[in-house]
Design a protein around this ligand. Structure first.
Ligand code: GAP
Length: 536
């Protein structure tokens, strides 16, 4: 599937719009249109229902280490600035960037890669931004242009290496920046903190400085004690949260994949340290299954365990669920969700401040008495098991998903082109969004075949019967074939049509979007039939 086609459908049918488009747009920010907002809400609701409100805490499910409880939170986006000092984000949440002196463009150092090529006795590193499917074509075209060669002389280009990351290139003077015309225009990499800064109240100095949260997770950790004290949850249990996060990404790209404002769906699962590995395995498998149950193909989905050198400073294990997005180069995958074993890092950090360098490689600033300058909240965030009497700092398993990335993956997976005969038997190209019925923005469309003979009245009655339960759509304009095709593009799984026979025997047809099969049932059974098909 070509990404351009999906991007254009998303705009044309109202799934996604560039934010502030009439002012020229703002990079890294996206608005969900009338169909998109329903799709994303359905994804978030499916997640909440499957992970939190629908979770059966009394019965041990197959493959689960034990029964467990799930609860939720909705925390603020702006929190006390010390939250980010303890979490490590204030000091460590940065990327390295390089600037191009010629084009004034800025790139994330680790997202630039390229190949060394020799021609006309000069060796140059042709850099490009990773995550672009056209990379090979683009690199060759730019190399030809740089050496002033025609395409028919491409054999004069001697490619020395395969793709290397820019981080592996020591001398930047021989690098042709991704958008530059000359070599040596990239600056040395510099640190760039990804948190958006703002000011709270009338104070504009350091005291008033606050940050937009870069992850929802910290709201959960700082409320751990509140949840324990206000509910009767016992370990093992999970706290879930869905909400906006903000990261001032240096190079937002690939539609909504890397945005500056996005939504996360995170669970912090608290367990006894002795059982943490079992829970880590459990959540990896459980989360992977969630995506396939909702329609992502396991051919395009992988669970990738991080290598030791990729692990964050606090993590003893992390696995990413990755999807083969169509905008990525062949064979490459993009992260949908990370499942991390965070140990006791977060709760201890909020108790003690930035952790000791002997246990974690974080720099701790010491005061004149050799004691850490910053000591966290100082609050006791340990857990006491009221049955065994044991007191300990729980370990945490964190399945952290992006609602926008999940939405994008479901959109990519759903986009399908096929050919179907029209009313006159002529083959017509059809674009159909094969979204799982649970997440489809519109569950059913109701059509009278024609706008007369009492058909609209019956169709409107069916619409009114369904509307309290499902998002349904009524349409009586134009040829029925065109109405079907519009709903195919919107991903509507069922179209209900009132026709001549309905007037005689009180039946209607239900057309299935994917199989195109039409069944005829009694009008009175429509609500039950749609319910049966949507709630699987
Ligand atoms: N609390 C852990 C955490 O935030 P992360 O891997 O940085 O981990 C989790 O983010 C998920 O949030 C990612 O797997 C991705 O789905 C989503 N995400 C992160 N940055 C994003 C961005 N710039 N745009 C869209 N989604 C993003």
């Amino acid at each position: 599937m070509e990404m351009d086609k999906l991007v254009s459908l998303c705009k044309r049918r109202g799934f996604l719009f560039q934010s502030s488009e009439i002012y020229g747009g703002i990079q890294g920010f996206w608005d969900y249109g009338p169909l998109g907002v329903e799709l994303k809400r359905n994804i978030k609701e499916a997640w909440w229902r499957d992970m939190v409100s629908g979770h059966d805490e009394l019965t041990q499910q197959q493959g689960t280490p034990s029964t467990y409880e799930m609860t939720g939170l909705d925390c603020t986006i702006i929190m006390h600035a010390n939250v980010w000092k303890s979490s490590g984000h204030y000091d460590l949440f940065h990327d390295f960037m390089v600037d191009c002196r010629q084009t004034k463009k800025r790139y994330r150092h680790d997202q630039v890669r390229g190949r060394w090529v020799k021609a006309k006795e000069q060796r140059v590193f042709i850099a490009t931004v990773a995550e672009t499917a056209l990379e090979d074509e683009d690199t060759q075209r730019r190399a030809l242009k740089f050496f002033n060669l025609r395409a028919k002389h491409a054999e004069q280009l001697q490619w020395d290496t395969g793709y290397l990351n820019l981080t592996e290139v020591e001398d930047l003077t021989q690098v042709l920046g991704p958008d530059a015309k000359e070599v040596g225009t990239l600056t040395e990499p510099r640190e760039f903190n990804l948190m958006f800064k703002t000011f709270v109240g009338a104070l504009s100095g350091e005291e008033g400085t606050a940050f937009l949260r870069p992850e929802t997770a910290q709201g959960i950790f700082v409320n751990f004690k509140n949840v324990l004290d206000s509910t009767r949850v016992r370990i093992p249990f999970g706290i879930a949260q869905i909400g906006k996060s903000f990261r001032n990404e240096i190079t937002p790209r690939n539609f909504t994949f890397r945005s500056r404002e996005f939504e996360q769906m995170e669970i912090e699962f608290f367990c006894h340290p002795d059982n943490s590995q079992k829970w880590y395995q459990y959540w990896r498998d459980r989360r992977m299954k969630w995506y396939t149950d909702l329609g992502l193909s396991d051919q395009r989905l992988i669970l990738r365990e991080h290598d030791e050198d990729e692990l964050s400073h606090y993590s003893t294990g992390t696995a990413d669920i990755e999807y083969q997005f169509p905008f990525l180069p062949e064979g490459e995958y993009g992260e949908l969700e990370g499942i991390a074993h965070r140990g006791d890092f977060d709760l201890r950090s909020h108790m003690e401040g930035k952790l000791d360098p002997n246990t974690n490689p974080l720099e701790v600033e010491l005061n004149e008495h050799g004691k850490p300058k910053y000591r966290g909240s100082g609050k006791d965030l340990t857990y006491r098991d009221d049955l065994s009497g044991e007191r300990y700092t729980p370990h945490v398993i964190e399945p952290s998903a992006g609602a926008d990335r999940a939405t994008l993956a479901f959109l990519c997976e759903a986009y399908t082109e096929d050919e179907q005969p029209d009313e006159n038997g002529k083959m017509q190209k059809r674009v159909v969004m094969k979204l799982h019925p649970r997440i489809a923005p519109i569950k059913a469309a109701v059509f009278p075949l024609v706008k007369k003979d009492g058909m609209p009245e019956i169709a409107k009655k069916i619409y009114a019967d369904l509307k309290p339960f499902f998002n349904v759509f009524y349409d009586e304009k134009g040829a029925v074939g065109r109405r079907y095709r519009r709903q195919d593009e919107a991903g509507t799984p069922y179209c209900i049509t009132v026709d001549g026979q309905s007037m005689e025997d009180g039946t209607i047809t239900i057309r299935d979007r994917d199989s195109l099969e039409q069944i005829r049932i009694a009008t009175d059974d429509v609500v039950d039939e749609i319910r049966k098909r949507i709630i699987t």
